[in-house]
Write a protein that binds this ligand. Structure first.
Ligand SMILES: *[C@@H]1O[C@H](CO)[C@@H](O)[C@H](O)[C@H]1NC(C)=O
Ligand SMILES: *[C@@H]1O[C@H](CO)[C@@H](O)[C@H](O)[C@H]1NC(C)=O
Ligand SMILES: *[C@@H]1O[C@H](CO)[C@@H](O)[C@H](O)[C@H]1NC(C)=O
Ligand SMILES: [Zn+2]
Length: 489
């Protein structure tokens, strides 16, 4: 779901598309360590399935990595890979590091191989890439993830636990247009930067319009969300910041594009319409690189390109209807905070959540509910701890884990069920997005294993050489991924 959907609908309009092959050998690929296994399958596959394409890239990259290791004596330790560079490159024009954080909504890992993306590949070739993609936080939705990227916190701790939710204490409703500081916990990067007396800028990012700490969403450096603003205009504005006197250039800039999420929902991840949207994003990256090169700062500026989550096809009658559970328990629509892929239920007082969970699971497991086995209900405290989705009163007590590509609805409708969705378990490969870092502290041509987006906050504060707020990223992550800066102490 992109920023454009301010109506906060959880049910995107959908039209038919192809579904990807769930039996794909890579469908279960979850971590970098399983990659070399796929090496031999790479050559003969037709480039029709996104997952297969991702596999091929993965295999090629793994083969490359193996070559690299066999030809050098560098030990393969933990998350770090061999690199020819040992320290960061000095700045030549700017007087301090500048980080430009770019998000392309719904840029599923693998999209970069679907079509010609010369500019993105230029960043990859001379930068550091998460070889098997960036792992979103759960739920793999737009607002929770964008805010995790800039705070380093899991949604339970930054407060944006869904794209829309109710505050159980006050009954107030959060939507993607809510900018009151009370909703937005944690310390986003623009606030951290402002708290250090430095300048930041944000061209549309979840939470950027919220006044927090020293951050006041300053005019001309913080844009009020308007999804109709052409991407070119956004890029031109960001580039214009580099025409300011050096001391006035914001040291942190965030830039957001709604594509290709928008197309992914409509047609699913395998449709040619995605290729066009991806090519459009690549053109914007090209325009940025050109603009920075013309100003002589491309090699000085740190570009971090990410997405918020991936995308998976939803089709083939993979539907689950809550009304089918009526023989076991009635789940009225007003108990349901969101349906799909994040099923979140808050029963009224008088109904014990554990009872509701037990009855729902009994029905789902009975074999009498269509696709019932593809939904499992949990008390939030009993969710797998890796999801970190419990420690907030805003999270409803009952959460359903929906299998990949399945959709939960109250009851059957005549709506077309095919399209694309995200919000599923963040361990699914289809939910992964991209991470590319290019700049003085990123080694050229380096691949690092996948990591969760909560690591990015510490990465940025480390590059900017400022003290960040406490968060859920690991303190040692920046030194595992960045080139050491000999000028830092
Ligand atoms: C990578 O950087 C080197 C050194 O600045 C440059 O010569 C080369 O053209 C760059 N490669 C790409 C693909 O941009
Ligand atoms: C949103 O941006 C479009 C395109 O720049 C513009 O025409 C429109 O007036 C803007 N809407 C608002 C409410 O500012
Ligand atoms: C995440 O970070 C917050 C803020 O430092 C902390 O209170 C919380 O315990 C952390 N949670 C996890 C799971 O690390
Ligand atoms: Zn979306």
């Amino acid at each position: 779901m992109g920023f454009d959907s301010v109506s906060a609908s959880t049910k995107p309009t959908q039209i038919p598309t192809q579904e990807e092959d769930p039996s794909s050998p890579c469908a279960s690929l979850l971590s970098f360590n399983t990659a070399p296994h796929h090496k031999n399958t790479a050559t003969s596959v037709i480039f029709s399935s996104l997952i297969l394409v991702a596999c091929i890239a993965l295999s090629a990259a793994s083969a490359f990595a193996l070559l690299l290791f066999s030809s050098s004596s560098a030990p393969r330790t933990g998350a770090s890979f061999a690199s020819l560079q040992t320290t960061s490159r000095p700045l030549t024009k700017l007087n301090r590091p500048v980080v430009l954080l770019i998000s392309s909504d719904g840029f599923r890992f693998g999209y970069q191989f679907k079509t010609h993306t010369p500019n993105i590949h230029r960043l990859i070739a001379n930068g550091t890439e998460a070889e098997t993609g960036l792992i979103p936080v759960f739920p793999s939705l737009t607002f929770p993830n964008h805010y995790s990227i800039v705070t380093g916190l899991y949604p339970a701790y930054h407060g944006i636990i869904n794209n829309h939710f109710d505050d159980p204490k006050t009954g107030e409703v959060f939507t993607m247009a809510s900018h009151e500081p009370k909703w937005w916990l944690g310390e986003p990067l623009w606030e951290t930067v402002a708290n250090h007396g430095l300048k930041a800028a944000a061209y549309f990012w979840a939470g950027s319009e919220v006044h927090k700490g020293s951050w006041t969403c300053p005019q001309d450096f913080c844009m009020v969300y308007n999804g109709s603003v052409p991407f070119d205009e956004r890029v031109d504005t960001v580039l214009s910041y580099f025409d300011l006197p050096t001391s006035e250039i914001p040291v942190f800039m965030a830039l957001y594009f709604e594509d290709p999420d928008h197309q992914g929902h409509k047609v699913g991840p395998d449709d040619p319409e995605i290729n066009e949207a991806v090519a459009g994003i690549d053109r914007m990256i090209g325009k940025l690189i050109d603009g920075l090169e013309k100003r002589g700062v491309f090699e000085d500026v740190t570009i971090i390109m990410v997405g918020d989550h991936g995308m998976v096809g939803t089709c083939d009658k993979k539907l689950i209807f809550l009304d089918d559970l009526a023989p076991w328990i009635d789940i009225p629509a007003d108990w349901v905070q969101s349906y799909t892929p994040l099923l979140a239920i808050r029963p009224p007082p008088g109904f014990a959540p554990s009872d509701v969970v037990a009855k729902m699971n009994e029905g789902l497991q009975s074999g009498k509910v269509q696709n019932g086995k593809n939904l499992k209900m949990y008390l939030k405290e009993k969710l797998p701890s890796r999801l970190h989705y419990a420690a907030s009163a805003r999270i409803p007590p009952i959460i359903g884990m929906v299998d990949e590509g399945y959709t939960v609805e109250q009851k059957g409708t005549k709506r077309q069920e095919c399209g694309g969705a995200h919000g599923y378990d963040n361990a699914l490969f289809s939910m992964r997005t991209i991470f590319i870092g290019h700049g003085p502290q990123f080694a050229r041509g380096r691949k690092v294993p996948s990591f969760e987006n909560v690591q990015i906050y510490n990465l940025v504060t480390s590059i900017l050489n400022i003290q960040g707020a406490p968060n859920n990223g690991s303190v040692s992550f920046p030194s595992a991924v960045l080139l050491p800066d000999p000028h830092k102490f």
